[in-house]
Design a protein around this ligand. Structure first.
Ligand SMILES: Cc1cc2nc3c(=O)[nH]c(=O)nc-3n(C[C@H](O)[C@H](O)[C@H](O)COP(=O)(O)OP(=O)(O)OC[C@H]3O[C@@H](n4cnc5c(N)ncnc54)[C@H](O)[C@@H]3O)c2cc1C
Length: 421
């Protein structure tokens, strides 16, 4: 990726106030840029709200990978499975699925995993630094416990984790030791894997903490303000965005509007093949016994996040529907999983189901970098299952790009230029 920032870039408009836009605004402000953040709704109100809050470099492997198509085919026949694909008659979505299928091979998977792991390599320090700088949010540092109904699957997970660069070793926990590590398991799953590097935050608190910090630092945050158009200068640069009935000029623009980034960038002639991977969560106000870890119910692909107040159960992946309304049957299927893996756990007082769209491109990697034809516009999206994990690192990379600093070698793998042929 070539250098974009020339040192003369001062004013930046960040479009989108999810975790990615908030962290971009944070890093840019810290580096001396004048930042305005424009959010169509409430900061942190999109996919960044009801997710699991996991900060999990251990899950750096991109979604497309060897064996994924076979598993997906099996799941598509089961209405209670973690995956639902509704391709309909939209040819561009069929194109997306075909491109996804092409990335389901070992070479792309390992290459992608290397790039994501490199981007995620300093997440622990980055979240600590945010707290040291005064960003207030709830965080839990007990590690991530992956539970398996088959010991072989746990061994395969250990083998995968050993292949992820920069990762401290994980520990295999035998069935007999599981109850001690996590009493709610009742010794039922066959084995567990404890990834000590991972931790979790309460995502609403994280977004709210960032937004509050930005406002206190003097950054202009404009909620309930949708960007409706981008004004170009000679077709090679954007001069301003139109939002809230006014014009916001700047030297550079960051498009961090989640799945909406596709529509905004297409108006500039850039193709970013984003689709929403819909997922659900339900937050229970009361639970017992207290959970010690964030827990992944591996075969069911369901996650459980214990917070200071309440426990969140989340999962499912629905492709081909951008309607955010939850599907009650799929929510019910998701909520059956904790009973199987955590038989001692009781959950009470559920919130209404929440749903969010994970911004996903077919290779499963984030999209971070300047648009080729309009290089003063930086895309920052496509984080799929890892938006919280990678938000601070994304903010730093975007700030490096706009400051004209040398970029790490993995940055080219994330560039939106990979979609222009
Ligand atoms: C069920 C579920 C569980 C998840 N769990 C985890 C997890 O544990 N850990 C993890 O790392 N990731 C997790 N994720 C993924 C994570 O939630 C996303 O990757 C992340 O939230 C994406 O952030 P974003 O800022 O790109 O998008 P969003 O949070 O969707 O933010 C985009 C924002 O842009 C705004 N916007 C859109 N268009 C415009 C416009 N024209 N003008 C102005 N503003 C606009 C929207 O209103 C929105 O607020 C999960 C996702 C789901 C669905």
């Amino acid at each position: 990726m070539g250098r974009v920032g020339t040192g003369s870039t001062r004013a930046v408009v960040v479009v989108g106030g999810g975790v990615i836009g908030l962290c971009c605004a944070y890093s840019l402000h810290r580096r001396g840029f004048e930042v305005i953040l424009v959010e169509a709704g409430r900061p942190g109100g999109g996919a960044s709200a009801g997710n699991g809050g996991w900060v999990c470099p251990s899950l750096s492997a991109p979604v497309p990978g060897p064996g994924v198509l076979a598993t997906a085919a099996k799941w598509m026949l089961d209405p209670g499975s973690p995956l639902l694909v509704r391709p309909g008659w939209d040819p561009s979505f069929w194109g997306w699925l075909i491109a996804f299928g092409r990335h389901c091979n070992r070479r792309d998977h390992d290459r992608g995993m290397g790039a994501v792991a490199a981007l995620a390599s300093a997440v622990t320090q980055q979240f600590h630094r945010l707290q040291e700088a005064g960003v207030v949010f709830e965080a839990h540092h007990q590690g991530l416990l992956l539970l398996f109904m088959s010991r072989r699957a746990a061994e395969e997970e250990m083998a995968l984790l050993r292949r992820i660069p920069h990762l401290p070793p994980a520990a295999l926990i035998e069935r007999g030791d599981l109850s001690q590590a996590e009493p709610a398991t009742g010794g039922l799953p066959a084995a567990g894997v404890l990834a000590p590097v991972d931790f979790h935050v309460r995502p609403e608190a994280f977004a709210a903490g960032l937004s509050r910090w930005l406002e206190q630092a003097g950054v202009t945050v404009l909620p309930e303000t949708r960007v409706v158009a981008l004004e170009t200068r000679g077709g090679r640069a954007v001069a301003a965005v139109l939002a809230g009935g006014g014009t916001l000029p700047a030297d550079a623009f960051v498009l961090a509007a989640g799945v909406e980034t596709a529509r905004l960038s297409s108006r500039l002639g850039a193709r970013i093949p984003l689709r929403g991977g819909k997922g659900y969560s339900v937050t229970f106000a009361r639970s017992s016994p207290p959970l010690r870890h964030a827990i992944y119910l591996s075969e069911a692909r369901v996650a459980v996040s214990p917070f200071r107040e309440g426990v969140r159960v989340l999962g499912t992946m629905e492709l081909g529907t951008d309607a955010v309304a939850p599907n009650p049957g799929r929510v019910a299927a998701m909520l059956r999983a904790p009973t199987r893996y955590l038989p001692q756990l009781t959950l009470a007082e559920p919130s209404p189901p929440w749903s969010g769209l994970r911004p996903m491109v077919p290779d499963g990697l984030p999209v971070i970098g300047p648009l080729r034809r309009v290089p003063n516009v930086i895309a920052a999206t496509g984080h799929a299952m890892l938006g919280v994990t990678l938000a601070p690192a994304t903010g730093e990379l975007v700030a490096d790009i706009l400051a004209g600093d040398p970029l790490p070698s993995f940055a080219s793998a994330l560039s939106p230029a990979r979609f222009s042929s």
